[in-house]
Write a protein that binds this ligand. Structure first.
Ligand SMILES: [Zn+2]
Length: 201
């Protein structure tokens, strides 16, 4: 039987490479980043109000929203508190750390831990870029926000409405074709549920 060597010992300070979900924002083409609009009344009064494109009011209308999700790198400094070796596990060496609980708490796999902050940062950067590109719904959301982020508010509303109408027409067209070919009541029910989900997205 081969013996597994662990890279770290109890008491070692290590750096964990991880990623976190992060919300970012495309630059706003309406307020140019100031987040404020000013208006002058006919009587000459000047008013300042929050940019409607950047303010939270559009959160529910995500086609107009400038925010998008990415995976960002994250590095944590930890101290090894216990070591677990399980030869049957795909990740045979894992650790528990003083900062995150020993006995019960977070399990840290050896491949996520590094001796220096530089190594952990490089690994976390690489993983964040890979995850952001690979996670389908994130890249779709990014494309969607990017396609509308350059429009100024008025045009963005028009473009978003047009896109929503086209999406709906395509979904309805597919639904009718599929219903035509459905043989059982169950098929119909499943297809209708799918359609409802598609138009809600
Ligand atoms: Zn704005």
């Amino acid at each position: 039987m081969s013996e597994i060597q662990t890279r770290f010992r109890i008491g070692d300070v290590v750096f964990k490479a991880a990623t976190v979900q992060d919300s970012k924002q495309h630059p706003c083409p309406d307020c140019l980043g100031s987040r404020k609009w000013t208006a002058t009344s006919p009587a000459g009064g000047e008013y300042t109000f929050e940019c409607p494109r950047c303010s939270t009011r559009f959160q529910s209308h995500d086609a107009l929203c400038l925010t998008y999700i990415v995976r960002s790198p994250s590095v944590a400094k930890l101290t090894i508190g216990s070591i677990r070796v399980d030869t049957a596990d795909n990740n045979p060496v894992s650790y528990m750390c003083r900062e995150t609980g020993i006995g019960s708490g977070t399990i840290h796999y050896e491949h996520d831990l590094f001796a220096t902050e530089e190594e952990a940062t490089a690994a976390a950067n690489l993983r964040a870029a890979k995850e952001t590109a690979e996670i389908d719904w994130i890249s779709k959301l990014y494309d969607k926000t990017l396609s509308l982020s350059d429009y100024q508010l008025e045009n963005a509303v028009t473009a978003a409405t047009r896109k929503a109408r086209i999406d709906f027409e395509v979904a309805a067209d597919n639904l009718i074709n599929d219903l035509d070919e459905s043989e059982t009541r169950g098929d119909v029910r499943a297809r209708v549920d799918e359609f409802k989900k598609a138009i809600a997205a």
